[in-house]
Design a protein around this ligand. Structure first.
Ligand code: 5GP
Length: 198
Protein backbone atom coordinates (compact mmCIF):
# COMPACT_ATOMS: atom_id res chain seq x y z
CA UNK A 1 0.00 0.00 0.00
CA UNK A 2 1.39 3.46 -0.79
CA UNK A 3 0.69 6.83 0.79
CA UNK A 4 -2.04 7.73 -1.66
CA UNK A 5 -4.09 4.56 -1.32
CA UNK A 6 -7.15 4.47 0.92
CA UNK A 7 -6.73 3.16 4.45
CA UNK A 8 -7.93 -0.45 4.67
CA UNK A 9 -10.89 -0.88 6.98
CA UNK A 10 -9.84 -2.50 10.25
CA UNK A 11 -11.23 -5.90 11.28
CA UNK A 12 -13.99 -6.44 13.82
CA UNK A 13 -12.99 -9.02 16.42
CA UNK A 14 -15.70 -10.52 18.62
CA UNK A 15 -14.35 -12.09 21.81
CA UNK A 16 -16.66 -14.01 24.14
CA UNK A 17 -16.04 -16.32 27.06
CA UNK A 18 -17.48 -16.91 30.49
CA UNK A 19 -16.71 -14.74 33.50
CA UNK A 20 -13.60 -16.23 35.05
CA UNK A 21 -12.14 -17.41 31.73
CA UNK A 22 -9.56 -14.66 32.14
CA UNK A 23 -10.84 -12.97 28.99
CA UNK A 24 -10.43 -9.40 30.23
CA UNK A 25 -6.84 -10.00 31.39
CA UNK A 26 -6.10 -11.75 28.12
CA UNK A 27 -7.38 -8.81 26.05
CA UNK A 28 -5.32 -6.39 28.18
CA UNK A 29 -2.22 -8.53 27.62
CA UNK A 30 -2.88 -8.63 23.89
CA UNK A 31 -3.29 -4.85 23.69
CA UNK A 32 0.01 -4.40 25.55
CA UNK A 33 1.96 -6.69 23.21
CA UNK A 34 0.48 -5.99 19.78
CA UNK A 35 2.00 -3.75 17.13
CA UNK A 36 -1.38 -3.53 15.39
CA UNK A 37 -3.67 -0.51 15.67
CA UNK A 38 -6.30 -2.05 17.93
CA UNK A 39 -9.04 -0.57 20.03
CA UNK A 40 -11.09 -2.17 22.78
CA UNK A 41 -14.66 -0.94 22.31
CA UNK A 42 -16.04 0.63 25.51
CA UNK A 43 -19.51 -0.80 26.13
CA UNK A 44 -22.38 0.80 27.99
CA UNK A 45 -23.83 -1.00 31.01
CA UNK A 46 -26.35 -0.46 33.79
CA UNK A 47 -24.28 -2.47 36.28
CA UNK A 48 -22.60 -0.50 39.07
CA UNK A 49 -18.89 0.27 38.70
CA UNK A 50 -16.57 -1.98 40.69
CA UNK A 51 -13.89 -0.36 42.84
CA UNK A 52 -11.25 1.09 40.55
CA UNK A 53 -13.49 1.24 37.46
CA UNK A 54 -13.89 4.61 35.75
CA UNK A 55 -16.72 5.86 33.55
CA UNK A 56 -15.59 5.87 29.94
CA UNK A 57 -12.63 3.53 30.57
CA UNK A 58 -13.94 0.04 31.43
CA UNK A 59 -17.54 0.94 30.56
CA UNK A 60 -19.91 3.82 30.13
CA UNK A 61 -21.91 3.43 33.33
CA UNK A 62 -25.48 4.46 32.54
CA UNK A 63 -28.76 4.27 34.45
CA UNK A 64 -31.65 2.32 32.92
CA UNK A 65 -33.49 5.36 31.46
CA UNK A 66 -30.30 6.47 29.70
CA UNK A 67 -29.72 2.94 28.37
CA UNK A 68 -33.31 2.52 27.20
CA UNK A 69 -33.17 5.93 25.49
CA UNK A 70 -30.05 4.78 23.61
CA UNK A 71 -31.86 1.61 22.47
CA UNK A 72 -34.82 3.69 21.27
CA UNK A 73 -32.53 6.13 19.45
CA UNK A 74 -30.75 3.27 17.62
CA UNK A 75 -27.37 4.13 19.15
CA UNK A 76 -26.49 0.50 19.90
CA UNK A 77 -25.10 -2.11 17.54
CA UNK A 78 -26.30 -4.83 19.93
CA UNK A 79 -27.49 -5.11 23.49
CA UNK A 80 -28.42 -7.84 25.94
CA UNK A 81 -29.36 -8.47 29.53
CA UNK A 82 -26.40 -10.38 30.96
CA UNK A 83 -26.46 -12.49 34.14
CA UNK A 84 -30.25 -12.06 34.12
CA UNK A 85 -29.91 -8.57 35.49
CA UNK A 86 -28.09 -5.69 33.83
CA UNK A 87 -28.09 -4.25 30.35
CA UNK A 88 -24.85 -4.32 28.38
CA UNK A 89 -24.49 -2.93 24.87
CA UNK A 90 -22.06 -1.91 22.14
CA UNK A 91 -22.26 1.67 20.95
CA UNK A 92 -22.18 2.09 17.19
CA UNK A 93 -19.92 5.11 17.75
CA UNK A 94 -17.28 2.78 19.29
CA UNK A 95 -17.04 0.61 16.19
CA UNK A 96 -17.45 1.97 12.68
CA UNK A 97 -15.56 5.28 13.01
CA UNK A 98 -12.50 3.38 14.24
CA UNK A 99 -12.71 0.62 11.64
CA UNK A 100 -12.94 3.30 8.93
CA UNK A 101 -9.65 4.73 10.21
CA UNK A 102 -7.94 1.35 9.98
CA UNK A 103 -8.26 0.26 13.61
CA UNK A 104 -9.13 -3.28 14.53
CA UNK A 105 -11.97 -3.11 17.04
CA UNK A 106 -12.31 -5.72 19.79
CA UNK A 107 -15.77 -6.38 21.21
CA UNK A 108 -15.69 -8.18 24.56
CA UNK A 109 -19.34 -9.23 24.57
CA UNK A 110 -21.52 -12.12 25.70
CA UNK A 111 -22.97 -14.86 23.50
CA UNK A 112 -26.29 -13.04 22.97
CA UNK A 113 -24.56 -9.87 21.80
CA UNK A 114 -22.17 -11.86 19.62
CA UNK A 115 -25.09 -13.52 17.86
CA UNK A 116 -26.57 -10.11 17.00
CA UNK A 117 -23.25 -8.74 15.72
CA UNK A 118 -22.55 -11.87 13.62
CA UNK A 119 -25.92 -11.44 11.93
CA UNK A 120 -25.43 -7.72 11.25
CA UNK A 121 -21.77 -7.58 10.29
CA UNK A 122 -20.65 -10.44 8.05
CA UNK A 123 -16.97 -9.43 7.98
CA UNK A 124 -16.08 -10.29 11.54
CA UNK A 125 -13.68 -12.61 13.34
CA UNK A 126 -15.09 -14.52 16.29
CA UNK A 127 -13.10 -16.00 19.16
CA UNK A 128 -14.32 -17.91 22.20
CA UNK A 129 -12.08 -18.05 25.28
CA UNK A 130 -12.26 -20.96 27.73
CA UNK A 131 -10.27 -22.00 30.76
CA UNK A 132 -9.24 -25.65 31.07
CA UNK A 133 -11.14 -26.38 34.22
CA UNK A 134 -14.62 -24.91 34.81
CA UNK A 135 -13.85 -24.93 38.52
CA UNK A 136 -11.24 -22.29 37.69
CA UNK A 137 -14.10 -19.93 36.92
CA UNK A 138 -15.45 -20.08 40.44
CA UNK A 139 -11.97 -19.81 41.94
CA UNK A 140 -11.08 -16.76 39.85
CA UNK A 141 -14.38 -15.07 40.61
CA UNK A 142 -13.96 -15.67 44.34
CA UNK A 143 -10.36 -14.49 44.37
CA UNK A 144 -11.31 -11.31 42.49
CA UNK A 145 -13.42 -10.50 45.54
CA UNK A 146 -15.68 -8.18 43.55
CA UNK A 147 -18.87 -10.22 43.58
CA UNK A 148 -21.26 -11.44 46.28
CA UNK A 149 -21.89 -15.23 46.61
CA UNK A 150 -25.25 -14.73 44.88
CA UNK A 151 -23.59 -12.83 42.01
CA UNK A 152 -20.96 -15.58 41.69
CA UNK A 153 -23.69 -18.24 41.53
CA UNK A 154 -25.44 -16.24 38.78
CA UNK A 155 -22.18 -15.83 36.88
CA UNK A 156 -21.46 -19.57 37.15
CA UNK A 157 -24.87 -20.33 35.72
CA UNK A 158 -24.23 -17.96 32.79
CA UNK A 159 -20.78 -19.53 32.33
CA UNK A 160 -22.27 -23.02 31.91
CA UNK A 161 -24.78 -21.75 29.35
CA UNK A 162 -22.09 -19.79 27.47
CA UNK A 163 -19.66 -22.73 27.32
CA UNK A 164 -22.29 -24.77 25.50
CA UNK A 165 -22.15 -22.21 22.66
CA UNK A 166 -18.36 -22.12 22.13
CA UNK A 167 -18.81 -24.00 18.83
CA UNK A 168 -20.62 -21.05 17.27
CA UNK A 169 -17.32 -19.18 17.15
CA UNK A 170 -14.77 -19.54 14.39
CA UNK A 171 -11.84 -19.78 16.82
CA UNK A 172 -11.58 -21.28 20.31
CA UNK A 173 -8.66 -20.42 22.56
CA UNK A 174 -7.97 -22.17 25.86
CA UNK A 175 -6.57 -19.75 28.38
CA UNK A 176 -4.50 -22.14 30.50
CA UNK A 177 -1.43 -19.99 30.16
CA UNK A 178 -1.79 -16.24 29.61
CA UNK A 179 1.24 -15.76 27.34
CA UNK A 180 0.37 -18.72 25.10
CA UNK A 181 -3.26 -17.67 24.83
CA UNK A 182 -2.30 -14.04 24.10
CA UNK A 183 0.05 -15.20 21.33
CA UNK A 184 -2.74 -17.33 19.83
CA UNK A 185 -5.16 -14.41 19.92
CA UNK A 186 -2.52 -12.14 18.37
CA UNK A 187 -2.08 -14.66 15.54
CA UNK A 188 -5.83 -14.71 14.83
CA UNK A 189 -5.88 -10.90 14.74
CA UNK A 190 -2.76 -10.71 12.53
CA UNK A 191 -4.48 -13.00 10.07
CA UNK A 192 -7.56 -10.77 10.10
CA UNK A 193 -5.47 -7.67 9.35
CA UNK A 194 -3.46 -9.39 6.62
CA UNK A 195 -6.00 -11.41 4.72
CA UNK A 196 -9.24 -9.68 5.47
CA UNK A 197 -11.59 -11.13 7.96
CA UNK A 198 -12.38 -14.77 8.60
P1 5GP B 1 -18.63 -7.80 33.62
O1 5GP B 1 -19.85 -7.37 34.37
O2 5GP B 1 -17.89 -8.90 34.32
O3 5GP B 1 -17.74 -6.64 33.24
O4 5GP B 1 -19.13 -8.40 32.22
C1 5GP B 1 -20.10 -9.39 32.22
C2 5GP B 1 -20.29 -9.92 30.83
O5 5GP B 1 -20.88 -8.94 29.99
C3 5GP B 1 -19.01 -10.36 30.13
O6 5GP B 1 -19.20 -11.67 29.63
C4 5GP B 1 -18.86 -9.40 28.99
O7 5GP B 1 -18.29 -10.01 27.87
C5 5GP B 1 -20.29 -9.01 28.72
N1 5GP B 1 -20.36 -7.71 28.04
C6 5GP B 1 -19.58 -6.63 28.26
N2 5GP B 1 -19.91 -5.64 27.42
C7 5GP B 1 -20.92 -6.10 26.65
C8 5GP B 1 -21.69 -5.54 25.58
O8 5GP B 1 -21.51 -4.41 25.14
N3 5GP B 1 -22.65 -6.32 25.06
C9 5GP B 1 -22.90 -7.59 25.49
N4 5GP B 1 -23.87 -8.27 24.88
N5 5GP B 1 -22.19 -8.16 26.47
C10 5GP B 1 -21.22 -7.42 27.06
Amino acid sequence: MNATSAIARGPLIIVSGPSGSGKTTLIKRLLAMTMRPLRHSVSATTRAPRPGETDGVEYWFWDRPRFEAAIAAGELLEHAVVHGRDYYGTLKSEVEPYRARGFGVILDIDVQGAEQVRAKIPDHVSVFITAADPEDYARRLRSRGADSPAAIARRMETARAELARAGEYRHQIRNDDLETAAAELAAVIDQAFETGVQ
